[in-house]
Ligand binder design. Structure first.
Ligand code: ATP
Ligand code: MG
Length: 628
């Protein structure tokens, strides 16, 4: 991503910008969003895979995997990983496995597994029967553990967790050998089997690989591969009371599934030597087949104005800061779906931000632009009045109804037209009338003329007010010769063009206006706004802050800079009593529309019904967040 893109923000909506046609979409984006067969942009992973195909390193196979831990719902960052892994497989006629990394019996749940599968499917991908669990391999993993012991490559360590931490060394100092490091093979095997048989309490022993306590890479300092955990696992029940650890499990699972390209985020770069060591040894011993998988790392998605960490998201849900995992403000895939975002928008995002090996931040406006560009192409146009006030056309016959025709999509005549009934009393937006117009205000003000979209030109003659001075009805007169689409209607030009609904026909609806969850780009950072200038990229927050948003700070007070919850946006959700076109009440749940002049909206997945329509705002028509 280049610096320009970071701030590729559209201008703020100008006051008086009454004719609000949707922002023109960038042609390239539209082409890609609508499935144009443009060649995918090159990136280092596509290049590696292409190279391996050319040299037939894996006999022309591409097998990737997406390995979530089923301990929460997927977030936007996972979407990047899913699109990358499934996308690479798809582009090369390969397959991508969905593998649950369920090695922690305490945190994982079936509910999460189902939601994860559903999210992958929603993004448009199919694992084609390749749905696996790390726990499928527990027997193999254990068998291999005994093999490592027999080879003298693993030992049972009986130090306490604190002792092990204390002897691990630092980045600059080597570790210290455990006093148990030279146990005999027979003793190790006996202890391991008794660990498995449940003879010891949690924490009494661990099984460690015997690699090198002096390695400059701390991951190679005799990493633990099995620990005792007397806990029931959601799939294997009480069969096991020892559980394998991540690095060991992950490498072997990849190899057993004949993964070719094992793609993960940068923080695993230092784990790669261990990954290679484990599967290389097993292959040398004839326990695994070659060719072995190869691990590659890419930069995780970091997005401003949200936190992308399951731990943080769990906290938001548990503290009731949001309405559950699928709250449209949550940066989860289930939240995005309810928000009205599209799978195609996420794919567009993945293409625009690309894949790199350098850590960077993507501004939320880039994601919003992708959704906007995709929705602009696909969403039919409708009218909705979100803050209604009556407009009375004084010279329009009472009881008369006229059908005005409105195109469903300005650039897609094939989507047809719909009828908007026009009557004497209409609903218009409260802020489309003012007695004291600021400069450049082209809407209703006494004496001014505007066009009622797809209808007539009307002239404002004044307004009624209640005792507190609030406008209760605006009055106007219309010119019968100016109806849109009739000969000569365009002869008279007016600058303002407002939307409206017939009061007799409009349907009340709940409209939920969602905005960014956090009010600052870097929630929890000491300088949460970063450097704001359109000329330079956002100043990266400190590594400590990165740990906070990535959920890696372990609640360490020294690392946490400020409480990110203090940066929640108090206006991220507003609920309005609005009016919508009658046909919108019958719209199927999850159908998406552009409400003219307002933005893109979706019929709520859970709450929308013909009797009580509910629409969520996905995104505005233009970016109103970037600094002027
Ligand atoms: P979190 O840190 O939010 O808990 P995680 O890495 O623990 O995420 P997993 O379920 O272990 O979540 O991740 C599944 C896959 O998604 C991993 O391959 C991981 O690298 C990838 N992933 C997680 N977060 C991101 C991100 N922000 N951008 C890209 N990929 C990500
Ligand atoms: Mg994880």
């Amino acid at each position: 991503m280049n610096k320009k893109q970071m701030h590729a923000a559209s201008p703020q909506v100008a006051e008086g910008d009454a004719v609000t046609a949707p922002a023109p979409a960038r042609p390239a984006a539209v082409a890609r969003a609508s499935g144009d067969a443009a060649a995918p942009a090159p990136n280092f992973l596509r290049a590696i895979v292409a190279d391996d195909m050319r040299t037939a390193k894996y006999g022309g196979r591409v097998v990737t995997r997406f390995p979530p831990e089923p301990n929460g719902y997927l977030h936007y960052g996972h979407a990047k990983s899913i699109i990358l892994n499934f996308g690479l497989a798809e582009e090369n006629n390969g397959v991508c496995h969905l593998r649950y990394d369920d090695t922690n019996p305490l945190k994982e749940e079936v509910e999460f597994e189902d939601a994860i599968a559903e999210s992958v499917r929603w993004l448009g991908f199919d694992w084609g029967g390749h749905r696996y669990h790390a726990s499928d391999y527990y027997d193999d993993l254990y068998r291999f553990a005994e093999w490592f012991v027999e080879q003298g490559l693993a030992y049972v360590d009986s130090q306490s967790a604190e002792e092990m931490r204390a002897t691990r060394g630092t980045l600059t100092e080597p570790g210290i050998d455990s006093p148990y490091r030279n146990r005999s093979v027979a003793e190790n095997l006996d202890l391991l089997r008794r660990m498995r048989a449940g003879e010891f309490p949690d924490g009494a022993h661990v099984l460690r690989l015997k690699i090198d306590m002096a390695s400059p890479n701390v991951n190679m300092r005799d990493p633990a591969i099995y620990r005792i955990r007397h806990a029931k696992h959601h799939r294997t029940g009480n069969k096991w009371c020892i559980y394998p650890l991540y690095d060991y499990t992950h490498a072997i699972s990849d190899a057993l599934e004949h993964i070719t390209h094992s793609i993960c985020t940068l923080e695993f770069q230092d784990h790669r030597p261990l990954y290679d060591w484990v599967i290389e040894k097993l292959a040398e011993g004839g326990m695994l087949e070659r060719p072995l998988p190869q691990q590659y790392e890419f930069a995780r998605l970091n997005l401003t104005y949200v936190v992308l960490s399951k731990r943080r998201l769990i906290e938001l849900v548990e503290k009731n800061e949001v309405d559950g995992w699928d709250d449209p403000r949550m940066p989860t895939i289930v939240g995005a779906r309810r928000r009205g975002f599209t799978p195609e928008g996420f794919r567009l995002l993945a293409e625009r931000i690309g894949v790199s090996k350098a850590d960077s931040w993507i501004d939320m406006s880039v994601l919003e632009d992708c959704m906007r560009d995709d929705l602009n192409g696909r969403a039919e146009r409708r009218m909705a009045v979100l803050d209604p006030v009556k407009l009375v056309i004084d010279n329009y016959p009472e009881g008369q109804t006229e059908d005005c025709e409105a195109p469903n999509h300005p650039h897609k005549p094939e989507l047809g037209k719909r009828v908007l009934p026009l009557t004497r009393e209409l609903w218009i937006e409260r802020d489309d009338y003012t007695e004291t117009p600021p400069k450049g205000y082209f809407r209703l003000t006494p004496g001014a003329e505007v066009r009622l979209r797809y209808g007539y030109i009307v002239k404002c003659v004044g307004a009624e007010k209640d005792g507190d001075g609030n406008v209760t009805a605006v009055h106007c007169t219309y010119d019968p010769d100016t109806r849109s689409g009739t000969p000569g209607a365009d002869a008279r030009k007016v600058k303002g063009n407002i939307h409206w609904l017939s009061a007799a026909h409009a349907v009340p609806a709940e409209v939920r206006i969602y905005d960014r969850l956090f009010k600052v780009p870097f929630p929890g950072a000491r300088n949460p706004w970063g450097a704001r200038s359109d000329a330079v990229a956002v100043e990266l927050p400190s590594p400590a802050h990165r740990a906070v948003v990535a959920g890696d700070d372990d609640d360490n007070a020294e690392v946490a800079e400020r409480n990110y919850l203090d940066d929640l946006n108090p206006d991220s959700k507003r609920v309005l009593r609005a009016f919508v076109e009658p046909a919108l009440a019958g719209a199927p749940r999850e159908s998406r529309f552009q409400f003219e002049r307002h933005g893109y909206f979706v019929a709520d997945l859970a709450d929308h019904s013909p009797d009580a329509p509910v629409f969520n705002r996905a995104v505005t028509l233009r970016d109103s967040w970037s600094k002027p």
